[in-house]
Design a protein around this ligand. Sequence first.
Ligand SMILES: C[S@@+](CC[C@H](N)C(=O)[O-])C[C@H]1O[C@@H](n2cnc3c(N)ncnc32)[C@H](O)[C@@H]1O
Length: 346
Amino acid sequence: MRVRVDVLFDDADRRAALHEATLRGLKETPKQIPAIWLYDERGSVLFDEITRLLEYYLTRTERAILEERAREIASETRAETLVELGSGTSEKTRLLLDGLVAGGTLRRFVPLDVSEEVLIASAHAIAEEHPALEVHAVVGDFERHLSALPVGGRRVFAFLGSTIGGLEVGARKSLLRAIAISLGDEDMLLLGLDLVKDRARIESAYSDRSGLSERFQRNGLVHLDRELGSDFSQGRFEHYATWDSEREWVDIGFRSMGAQVVRVPRLGIEVAFADGERLRTSVSSKFRRARIEAELADAGLQLGLWWPDADGDYALCLSRRCQFARPAAQARARCVAPTFGETVAV
Ligand SMILES: C[S@@+](CC[C@H](N)C(=O)[O-])C[C@H]1O[C@@H](n2cnc3c(N)ncnc32)[C@H](O)[C@@H]1O
Protein backbone atom coordinates (compact mmCIF):
# COMPACT_ATOMS: atom_id res chain seq x y z
CA MET A 1 0.00 0.00 0.00
CA ARG A 2 1.64 3.23 -1.17
CA VAL A 3 0.36 6.69 -0.29
CA ARG A 4 2.30 9.77 -1.21
CA VAL A 5 1.05 13.16 0.02
CA ASP A 6 2.17 16.44 -1.58
CA VAL A 7 1.27 19.59 0.33
CA LEU A 8 1.28 22.38 -2.22
CA PHE A 9 0.65 25.16 0.22
CA ASP A 10 1.66 25.43 3.81
CA ASP A 11 -0.67 26.89 6.38
CA ALA A 12 0.74 30.40 6.10
CA ASP A 13 0.35 30.37 2.31
CA ARG A 14 -3.21 29.00 2.50
CA ARG A 15 -4.15 31.59 5.13
CA ALA A 16 -2.68 34.54 3.25
CA ALA A 17 -4.60 33.64 0.06
CA LEU A 18 -7.85 33.03 1.94
CA HIS A 19 -7.57 36.22 4.01
CA GLU A 20 -6.89 38.28 0.92
CA ALA A 21 -9.88 36.76 -0.94
CA THR A 22 -12.09 37.36 2.10
CA LEU A 23 -11.05 41.00 2.36
CA ARG A 24 -11.83 41.46 -1.32
CA GLY A 25 -15.19 39.68 -1.03
CA LEU A 26 -16.33 41.74 1.95
CA LYS A 27 -15.82 44.90 -0.11
CA GLU A 28 -17.92 43.64 -3.03
CA THR A 29 -21.63 44.06 -3.67
CA PRO A 30 -23.18 41.80 -2.53
CA LYS A 31 -20.70 41.09 0.24
CA GLN A 32 -19.34 37.58 0.01
CA ILE A 33 -16.81 35.21 1.50
CA PRO A 34 -14.97 32.39 -0.31
CA ALA A 35 -16.85 29.08 -0.13
CA ILE A 36 -13.63 27.42 1.07
CA TRP A 37 -14.60 28.59 4.59
CA LEU A 38 -17.37 25.98 4.50
CA TYR A 39 -14.94 23.07 4.31
CA ASP A 40 -13.05 22.78 7.59
CA GLU A 41 -13.05 19.34 9.17
CA ARG A 42 -16.51 19.76 10.69
CA GLY A 43 -17.81 21.32 7.45
CA SER A 44 -16.67 18.26 5.50
CA VAL A 45 -18.51 15.97 7.95
CA LEU A 46 -21.67 18.11 7.70
CA PHE A 47 -21.47 18.13 3.90
CA ASP A 48 -21.21 14.36 3.96
CA GLU A 49 -24.45 14.24 6.02
CA ILE A 50 -26.13 16.61 3.54
CA THR A 51 -25.38 14.21 0.71
CA ARG A 52 -27.65 11.67 2.43
CA LEU A 53 -30.64 14.04 2.75
CA LEU A 54 -33.77 13.23 0.78
CA GLU A 55 -33.86 16.82 -0.53
CA TYR A 56 -30.24 16.64 -1.72
CA TYR A 57 -30.86 14.65 -4.92
CA LEU A 58 -27.44 15.48 -6.41
CA THR A 59 -25.30 12.80 -4.78
CA ARG A 60 -27.61 9.83 -5.24
CA THR A 61 -28.34 10.81 -8.83
CA GLU A 62 -24.66 11.18 -9.68
CA ARG A 63 -23.96 7.86 -7.95
CA ALA A 64 -26.67 6.14 -10.03
CA ILE A 65 -25.17 7.49 -13.26
CA LEU A 66 -21.70 6.36 -12.16
CA GLU A 67 -23.05 2.91 -11.29
CA GLU A 68 -24.51 2.63 -14.76
CA ARG A 69 -21.61 4.16 -16.68
CA ALA A 70 -18.39 3.30 -14.83
CA ARG A 71 -17.48 0.47 -17.22
CA GLU A 72 -18.24 2.65 -20.24
CA ILE A 73 -16.14 5.49 -18.79
CA ALA A 74 -13.31 3.01 -18.29
CA SER A 75 -13.46 1.78 -21.88
CA GLU A 76 -13.77 5.33 -23.31
CA THR A 77 -10.89 6.78 -21.30
CA ARG A 78 -8.62 3.75 -20.78
CA ALA A 79 -7.17 5.88 -17.99
CA GLU A 80 -3.93 4.97 -16.29
CA THR A 81 -4.27 7.82 -13.81
CA LEU A 82 -7.47 9.10 -12.24
CA VAL A 83 -7.06 12.67 -10.98
CA GLU A 84 -9.93 13.87 -8.81
CA LEU A 85 -10.39 17.62 -8.23
CA GLY A 86 -12.15 18.59 -4.97
CA SER A 87 -12.16 14.93 -4.01
CA GLY A 88 -13.55 15.24 -0.44
CA THR A 89 -14.22 11.74 0.85
CA SER A 90 -14.01 10.27 -2.71
CA GLU A 91 -17.02 8.18 -1.80
CA LYS A 92 -18.67 7.97 -5.24
CA THR A 93 -15.25 7.87 -6.87
CA ARG A 94 -14.92 4.29 -5.68
CA LEU A 95 -17.38 3.30 -8.41
CA LEU A 96 -15.10 4.90 -10.96
CA LEU A 97 -12.02 3.32 -9.43
CA ASP A 98 -13.67 -0.10 -9.50
CA GLY A 99 -14.65 0.36 -13.16
CA LEU A 100 -11.17 1.52 -14.16
CA VAL A 101 -9.44 -1.25 -12.20
CA ALA A 102 -11.76 -3.82 -13.80
CA GLY A 103 -10.91 -2.29 -17.18
CA GLY A 104 -7.29 -3.19 -16.42
CA THR A 105 -5.68 0.19 -17.20
CA LEU A 106 -5.62 2.11 -13.92
CA ARG A 107 -2.29 2.42 -12.07
CA ARG A 108 -2.55 5.63 -10.07
CA PHE A 109 -5.13 7.71 -8.17
CA VAL A 110 -4.45 11.41 -7.54
CA PRO A 111 -7.07 13.05 -5.29
CA LEU A 112 -6.69 16.82 -4.77
CA ASP A 113 -8.50 18.82 -2.10
CA VAL A 114 -7.96 21.82 0.20
CA SER A 115 -9.31 19.92 3.17
CA GLU A 116 -6.17 18.09 4.33
CA GLU A 117 -7.53 15.79 7.07
CA VAL A 118 -10.39 14.45 4.97
CA LEU A 119 -8.16 14.04 1.93
CA ILE A 120 -5.46 12.08 3.75
CA ALA A 121 -7.97 9.82 5.52
CA SER A 122 -9.73 8.95 2.26
CA ALA A 123 -6.42 8.47 0.39
CA HIS A 124 -5.37 5.88 2.97
CA ALA A 125 -8.76 4.15 2.88
CA ILE A 126 -8.58 3.86 -0.92
CA ALA A 127 -4.99 2.60 -0.83
CA GLU A 128 -6.14 -0.12 1.54
CA GLU A 129 -9.05 -1.08 -0.72
CA HIS A 130 -6.82 -1.12 -3.83
CA PRO A 131 -3.36 -2.33 -2.74
CA ALA A 132 -2.06 -2.44 -6.32
CA LEU A 133 -2.88 1.23 -6.90
CA GLU A 134 -0.39 4.03 -6.36
CA VAL A 135 -2.22 6.73 -4.38
CA HIS A 136 -0.74 10.21 -4.67
CA ALA A 137 -2.78 12.73 -2.68
CA VAL A 138 -2.33 16.45 -3.27
CA VAL A 139 -3.30 19.05 -0.69
CA GLY A 140 -3.92 22.05 -2.89
CA ASP A 141 -6.28 24.48 -4.56
CA PHE A 142 -7.71 23.42 -7.90
CA GLU A 143 -7.82 27.09 -8.92
CA ARG A 144 -4.06 27.48 -8.40
CA HIS A 145 -2.26 24.16 -8.48
CA LEU A 146 -3.22 22.21 -11.60
CA SER A 147 0.22 22.65 -13.13
CA ALA A 148 1.76 20.84 -10.14
CA LEU A 149 -0.24 17.64 -10.71
CA PRO A 150 1.76 14.55 -11.67
CA VAL A 151 1.92 13.96 -15.43
CA GLY A 152 2.53 10.84 -17.49
CA GLY A 153 0.25 8.08 -18.73
CA ARG A 154 -3.33 8.59 -19.93
CA ARG A 155 -5.20 10.64 -17.33
CA VAL A 156 -8.84 11.31 -16.66
CA PHE A 157 -9.63 14.33 -14.51
CA ALA A 158 -12.84 13.77 -12.54
CA PHE A 159 -14.61 16.85 -11.18
CA LEU A 160 -17.69 15.44 -9.50
CA GLY A 161 -20.46 16.57 -7.17
CA SER A 162 -21.26 19.59 -9.40
CA THR A 163 -18.44 21.32 -7.52
CA ILE A 164 -17.81 23.36 -10.68
CA GLY A 165 -21.20 25.01 -10.08
CA GLY A 166 -19.71 26.66 -7.00
CA LEU A 167 -17.56 28.87 -9.20
CA GLU A 168 -18.85 32.10 -10.66
CA VAL A 169 -18.71 32.46 -14.46
CA GLY A 170 -15.27 34.16 -14.61
CA ALA A 171 -13.65 31.70 -12.19
CA ARG A 172 -15.23 28.78 -14.06
CA LYS A 173 -13.83 30.06 -17.32
CA SER A 174 -10.32 30.37 -15.84
CA LEU A 175 -10.51 26.89 -14.32
CA LEU A 176 -11.74 25.25 -17.54
CA ARG A 177 -8.92 27.00 -19.43
CA ALA A 178 -6.38 25.76 -16.87
CA ILE A 179 -7.77 22.23 -17.19
CA ALA A 180 -7.59 22.43 -21.00
CA ILE A 181 -3.94 23.49 -20.75
CA SER A 182 -3.18 20.66 -18.29
CA LEU A 183 -4.75 17.93 -20.41
CA GLY A 184 -2.54 15.94 -22.74
CA ASP A 185 -3.81 14.71 -26.13
CA GLU A 186 -5.14 11.47 -24.68
CA ASP A 187 -6.40 12.87 -21.36
CA MET A 188 -10.07 13.51 -20.65
CA LEU A 189 -12.25 15.50 -18.28
CA LEU A 190 -15.24 13.88 -16.55
CA LEU A 191 -17.58 16.55 -15.18
CA GLY A 192 -20.57 16.05 -12.86
CA LEU A 193 -23.23 18.72 -13.48
CA ASP A 194 -26.47 19.54 -11.76
CA LEU A 195 -29.06 20.58 -14.36
CA VAL A 196 -31.62 23.39 -14.37
CA LYS A 197 -34.93 22.17 -12.99
CA ASP A 198 -37.95 23.14 -10.89
CA ARG A 199 -37.16 26.03 -8.52
CA ALA A 200 -38.67 24.45 -5.39
CA ARG A 201 -36.59 21.29 -5.73
CA ILE A 202 -33.41 23.26 -6.22
CA GLU A 203 -34.04 25.58 -3.28
CA SER A 204 -34.93 22.79 -0.88
CA ALA A 205 -31.66 21.00 -1.68
CA TYR A 206 -29.86 24.00 -0.12
CA SER A 207 -32.38 24.78 2.61
CA ASP A 208 -33.72 21.44 3.84
CA ARG A 209 -36.41 21.01 6.45
CA SER A 210 -34.10 19.50 9.10
CA GLY A 211 -31.88 22.61 9.00
CA LEU A 212 -28.71 20.63 8.18
CA SER A 213 -27.83 22.83 5.19
CA GLU A 214 -28.16 25.90 7.40
CA ARG A 215 -25.89 24.33 10.05
CA PHE A 216 -23.34 23.61 7.32
CA GLN A 217 -23.45 27.24 6.21
CA ARG A 218 -23.31 28.57 9.80
CA ASN A 219 -20.28 26.39 10.47
CA GLY A 220 -18.54 28.34 7.68
CA LEU A 221 -19.08 31.53 9.76
CA VAL A 222 -17.75 29.79 12.89
CA HIS A 223 -14.65 28.70 10.94
CA LEU A 224 -14.14 32.24 9.65
CA ASP A 225 -14.60 33.73 13.15
CA ARG A 226 -12.06 31.27 14.58
CA GLU A 227 -9.41 32.34 12.07
CA LEU A 228 -10.16 36.04 11.78
CA GLY A 229 -11.29 36.84 15.33
CA SER A 230 -14.60 38.17 13.93
CA ASP A 231 -18.10 37.69 15.30
CA PHE A 232 -20.24 36.84 12.25
CA SER A 233 -21.58 33.71 13.94
CA GLN A 234 -22.72 35.75 16.96
CA GLY A 235 -24.39 38.37 14.78
CA ARG A 236 -27.98 38.51 13.71
CA PHE A 237 -28.07 36.79 10.35
CA GLU A 238 -30.76 34.62 8.84
CA HIS A 239 -30.00 31.91 6.33
CA TYR A 240 -31.29 32.08 2.74
CA ALA A 241 -30.98 29.96 -0.40
CA THR A 242 -32.66 31.60 -3.40
CA TRP A 243 -32.87 30.51 -7.03
CA ASP A 244 -31.76 33.26 -9.42
CA SER A 245 -33.42 32.43 -12.73
CA GLU A 246 -31.39 35.00 -14.66
CA ARG A 247 -27.99 33.66 -13.63
CA GLU A 248 -29.31 30.12 -13.22
CA TRP A 249 -27.68 29.66 -9.86
CA VAL A 250 -28.79 29.27 -6.25
CA ASP A 251 -27.53 32.18 -4.20
CA ILE A 252 -26.76 30.94 -0.68
CA GLY A 253 -25.83 32.87 2.44
CA PHE A 254 -27.19 35.08 5.19
CA ARG A 255 -29.27 38.24 5.44
CA SER A 256 -28.60 40.79 8.14
CA MET A 257 -31.48 41.02 10.62
CA GLY A 258 -31.30 44.76 11.25
CA ALA A 259 -28.40 47.13 10.72
CA GLN A 260 -25.18 45.92 12.34
CA VAL A 261 -21.43 46.25 12.24
CA VAL A 262 -19.21 43.16 12.33
CA ARG A 263 -15.60 43.60 13.38
CA VAL A 264 -12.96 41.50 11.63
CA PRO A 265 -9.83 42.20 13.74
CA ARG A 266 -7.34 40.10 11.77
CA LEU A 267 -8.25 41.86 8.53
CA GLY A 268 -8.26 45.23 10.30
CA ILE A 269 -11.77 46.13 9.11
CA GLU A 270 -15.30 46.69 10.37
CA VAL A 271 -18.09 45.63 8.02
CA ALA A 272 -21.38 47.54 8.13
CA PHE A 273 -24.54 45.71 7.08
CA ALA A 274 -27.86 47.41 6.31
CA ASP A 275 -31.07 45.69 7.37
CA GLY A 276 -31.68 42.75 5.00
CA GLU A 277 -28.27 43.07 3.34
CA ARG A 278 -26.75 39.82 2.05
CA LEU A 279 -23.56 38.04 3.01
CA ARG A 280 -23.16 35.43 0.27
CA THR A 281 -21.32 32.26 1.32
CA SER A 282 -21.64 30.30 -1.91
CA VAL A 283 -23.44 29.91 -5.20
CA SER A 284 -24.44 26.74 -6.98
CA SER A 285 -24.89 27.10 -10.73
CA LYS A 286 -27.17 24.73 -12.58
CA PHE A 287 -26.46 23.84 -16.18
CA ARG A 288 -28.04 23.21 -19.55
CA ARG A 289 -26.17 21.15 -22.08
CA ALA A 290 -25.83 23.99 -24.60
CA ARG A 291 -24.36 26.32 -22.00
CA ILE A 292 -21.68 23.99 -20.68
CA GLU A 293 -20.85 22.85 -24.19
CA ALA A 294 -20.21 26.47 -25.18
CA GLU A 295 -18.18 27.13 -22.01
CA LEU A 296 -16.08 24.05 -22.62
CA ALA A 297 -15.52 25.05 -26.24
CA ASP A 298 -14.50 28.56 -25.19
CA ALA A 299 -11.91 26.98 -22.94
CA GLY A 300 -10.59 24.78 -25.75
CA LEU A 301 -12.42 21.62 -24.68
CA GLN A 302 -14.72 19.45 -26.75
CA LEU A 303 -17.75 17.89 -25.14
CA GLY A 304 -18.12 14.32 -26.33
CA LEU A 305 -20.30 12.06 -24.26
CA TRP A 306 -23.28 13.30 -22.28
CA TRP A 307 -24.88 10.97 -19.74
CA PRO A 308 -27.98 12.40 -18.03
CA ASP A 309 -30.14 10.40 -15.59
CA ALA A 310 -33.59 9.35 -16.81
CA ASP A 311 -35.32 12.38 -15.21
CA GLY A 312 -32.83 14.88 -16.62
CA ASP A 313 -31.87 16.09 -13.13
CA TYR A 314 -28.13 15.60 -13.41
CA ALA A 315 -25.52 14.68 -16.00
CA LEU A 316 -22.00 13.40 -16.32
CA CYS A 317 -20.08 14.49 -19.38
CA LEU A 318 -16.78 13.51 -20.88
CA SER A 319 -14.63 16.02 -22.75
CA ARG A 320 -11.18 16.27 -24.16
CA ARG A 321 -8.92 19.00 -25.39
CA CYS A 322 -9.62 20.43 -28.83
CA GLN A 323 -6.87 19.69 -31.26
CA PHE A 324 -6.10 23.38 -31.43
CA ALA A 325 -7.04 26.32 -29.23
CA ARG A 326 -6.43 29.40 -31.40
CA PRO A 327 -7.99 31.53 -32.66
CA ALA A 328 -10.76 31.26 -30.07
CA ALA A 329 -13.72 31.76 -32.44
CA GLN A 330 -12.46 29.13 -34.82
CA ALA A 331 -11.64 26.75 -31.98
CA ARG A 332 -15.15 27.16 -30.66
CA ALA A 333 -16.77 26.50 -34.02
CA ARG A 334 -14.68 23.36 -34.49
CA CYS A 335 -14.96 22.24 -30.88
CA VAL A 336 -18.73 21.96 -30.84
CA ALA A 337 -18.72 19.76 -33.94
CA PRO A 338 -19.63 16.15 -33.03
CA THR A 339 -16.29 14.57 -33.74
CA PHE A 340 -15.53 13.06 -30.33
CA GLY A 341 -14.32 9.57 -31.06
CA GLU A 342 -16.93 7.76 -33.08
CA THR A 343 -19.51 7.53 -30.36
CA VAL A 344 -21.13 10.88 -29.71
CA ALA A 345 -24.22 10.38 -27.56
CA VAL A 346 -27.03 12.89 -27.04
C1 LIG B 1 -19.26 19.89 -3.02
S1 LIG B 1 -17.91 19.04 -2.28
C2 LIG B 1 -17.79 17.64 -3.37
C3 LIG B 1 -17.00 16.51 -2.80
C4 LIG B 1 -16.93 15.27 -3.70
N1 LIG B 1 -16.21 15.54 -4.94
C5 LIG B 1 -18.32 14.76 -4.02
O1 LIG B 1 -18.65 14.69 -5.21
O2 LIG B 1 -19.06 14.41 -3.10
C6 LIG B 1 -16.59 20.09 -2.76
C7 LIG B 1 -15.19 19.60 -2.40
O3 LIG B 1 -14.24 20.45 -3.04
C8 LIG B 1 -13.26 20.90 -2.11
N2 LIG B 1 -12.86 22.22 -2.56
C9 LIG B 1 -13.60 23.36 -2.58
N3 LIG B 1 -12.90 24.37 -3.12
C10 LIG B 1 -11.68 23.85 -3.46
C11 LIG B 1 -10.52 24.39 -4.08
N4 LIG B 1 -10.48 25.66 -4.48
N5 LIG B 1 -9.47 23.57 -4.27
C12 LIG B 1 -9.51 22.26 -3.88
N6 LIG B 1 -10.58 21.70 -3.29
C13 LIG B 1 -11.66 22.48 -3.09
C14 LIG B 1 -13.94 20.89 -0.77
O4 LIG B 1 -13.00 20.75 0.29
C15 LIG B 1 -14.86 19.66 -0.91
O5 LIG B 1 -14.21 18.49 -0.53
